[in-house]
Design a protein around this ligand. Structure first.
Ligand SMILES: *[C@@H]1O[C@H](CO)[C@@H](O)[C@H](O)[C@H]1NC(C)=O
Ligand SMILES: *[C@@H]1O[C@H](CO)[C@@H](O)[C@H](O)[C@H]1NC(C)=O
Ligand SMILES: *[C@@H]1O[C@H](CO)[C@@H](O)[C@H](O)[C@H]1NC(C)=O
Ligand SMILES: *[C@@H]1O[C@H](CO)[C@@H](O)[C@H](O)[C@H]1NC(C)=O
Ligand SMILES: *[C@@H]1O[C@H](CO)[C@@H](O)[C@H](O)[C@H]1NC(C)=O
Length: 436
């Protein structure tokens, strides 16, 4: 009797202690979260890592700025005691915009359960999609004050979609899925902002070298980089983000808008002179064709053929030095010994993407326009996207490296800084020393 009473008291106090620990954890409100980003040298993909499952394991992912959600391979090696499939018609399904309902005729496992809803995990690099089960599991990410990483925080029911092993083809070695930061209610930024009650904003700063880390910072600024360079709202120029009414994913249900980030480029200038192009191509038509988007799954900026020809010819004329035989995938290259070096890369004509009015433009300097393809060959790092591409201008990874971009989902606008090399810092200068 006495011993069982003691037992009950012990049990009670244990419960009490563990519930206070749980309480202390959930009451910590991070200002933001941080993911490190590395550039894979062979595929030029930008990779990140999150911890997921019970027990937690690090999962390597290809970063997809316009991607719809997190998807991971559930066919191989997905082991977790906290995996929960989303039941048909549940709140999770409606958050994901998934009205379907499916059964699975293999033994139950993560990715294969009855009475679940699903979505289309998309390998946006190879443009391959499949259908997969919507599910939730725990993810753990480092918090951040915008300056350093802090303690790890977890989201116990983070929604993601189960992909398949074949969907990993074309992704960097070791990668198990893709991390979508796009405009949906279940993308990483949307779920993190909802879970931790911080503003629906995130910033991307990609490093230009594969041996140093860039960052994605979820939450509002200011964002700081060494040595003591702080970026707050005054340091950004802003331009509206546009919604393309037709999905750009490899598979989608009709009526779904694109989850990618489109901006309104109105003209292009080189050395501050207007490049003659067909401006009809710069707007998005009712079929969702045309316009300008930003992408991290394309290593270089891609231009529709007529824009590509106009830009490269104008650039060659303005640079006014002889070209050398070109190196694929680029069309115009130069002897790098003919080009000076500046703080913002090779000293070449600036390229401006002129936005909502003449005073708002995104200036692209040599570090973001030129690619050193071999010891003495420097090419204009733009690629010909062919005639009638879905999107006329795709601003690719090389063009946004060492630029700080802030995506404000609530205000539907992009904040951009142009090259931060001007302020003698780089995206690799985030201070990853944890203050936890
Ligand atoms: C789903 O239900 C069907 C029919 O009742 C059954 O044959 C199948 O084994 C179930 N699948 C799973 C994954 O439970
Ligand atoms: C926090 O998470 C990171 C990876 O996200 C991991 O390397 C680190 O060990 C974790 N720290 C703690 C204290 O769990
Ligand atoms: C400009 O582009 C639009 C859309 O592709 C096309 O319909 C139109 O014919 C083009 N105009 C000229 C002058 O090439
Ligand atoms: C460009 O470089 C080549 C080789 O170094 C040199 O012969 C040529 O004179 C240079 N041209 C200009 C315009 O600087
Ligand atoms: C990085 O942050 C840590 C923690 O705040 C600080 O101690 C350290 O001095 C910082 N590093 C540099 C180079 O400033």
């Amino acid at each position: 009797m006495a011993s069982s009473c003691l037992h009950a008291i012990l049990l009670f106090s244990l419960l009490f202690i563990s519930s206070t620990i749980v309480h202390a954890q959930t009451s910590f409100r991070p200002k933001g979260l941080i993911l490190p980003v590395t550039k894979d040298a062979s595929t030029l993909q930008y990779l990140t890592q999150i911890s997921q499952r019970t027990p937690l394991v690090p999962v390597s992912l290809t970063l997809d700025l316009g991607g719809q959600f997190l998807w991971v391979d559930c066919d191989q090696g997905y082991v977790s005691s906290s995996y929960i499939p989303a039941r048909c018609r549940s709140a999770k399904c409606s958050l994901a915009g998934s009205s379907g309902c499916g059964d699975c005729f293999s033994p139950p496992s993560p990715g294969c359960n009855n009475n679940t809803c699903g979505a289309f995990p998309d390998n946006s690099i190879t443009r391959t999609a499949t259908s997969g089960e919507l599910a939730s599991d725990i993810v753990s990410v480092q918090s951040s004050n915008g300056k350093n990483p802090g303690r790890n925080v977890s989201d116990k029911d983070f929604l993601f979609v189960c992909g398949a092993t074949f969907l990993l083809n074309g992704l960097a070695s070791g990668v198990k899925g893709m991390a979508g930061l796009g405009r949906t209610r279940i993308s990483l930024p949307s779920q993190f902002s909802a879970e931790f009650s911080f503003p629906r904003k995130f910033a991307v700063c990609l490093s230009s070298t594969s041996n140093s880390k860039g960052v994605v910072l979820f939450g509002d600024g200011p964002y700081s980089f060494l040595p003591n360079r702080e970026y707050s709202s005054d340091d950004f120029s802003y331009t509206p983000l546009f919604i393309n009414p037709v999905s750009t994913a490899s598979a989608f249900s009709s009526g779904t808008p694109s989850s990618e980030y489109f901006i309104g480029v109105k003209s292009i200038k080189i050395n501050e002179k207007v490049v003659p192009i067909n401006t009809t191509l710069l707007s998005i038509d009712s079929q969702g064709v045309g316009g300008t988007k930003i992408s991290t799954v394309n290593p270089y900026t891609i231009l529709e053929t007529s824009i590509y020809n106009a830009v490269t010819n104008f650039f060659v004329k303005e640079l006014a030095i002889p070209t050398v035989p070109s190196v694929a995938p680029f069309g115009v290259c130069f002897d790098s010994r003919n080009i000076t070096s500046t703080r913002v890369g090779p000293g070449v004509p600036s390229i401006d993407l002129v936005l909502q009015n003449e005073n708002v433009f995104w200036r692209i300097f040599g570090a973001n326009s030129m690619v050193l393809v071999s010891e003495n060959v420097l090419c204009l790092g733009f690629v010909d996207g062919g005639v009638n591409p879905r999107t006329s201008i795709v601003i690719g990874g090389h063009t946004i490296e060492d630029n700080l971009l802030q995506f404000d989902l609530a205000a539907s606008r992009l904040g951009f800084t142009s090259s931060i090399l001007f302020r003698q810092t780089t995206c690799a200068n985030f201070n990853f020393t944890s203050i936890a």
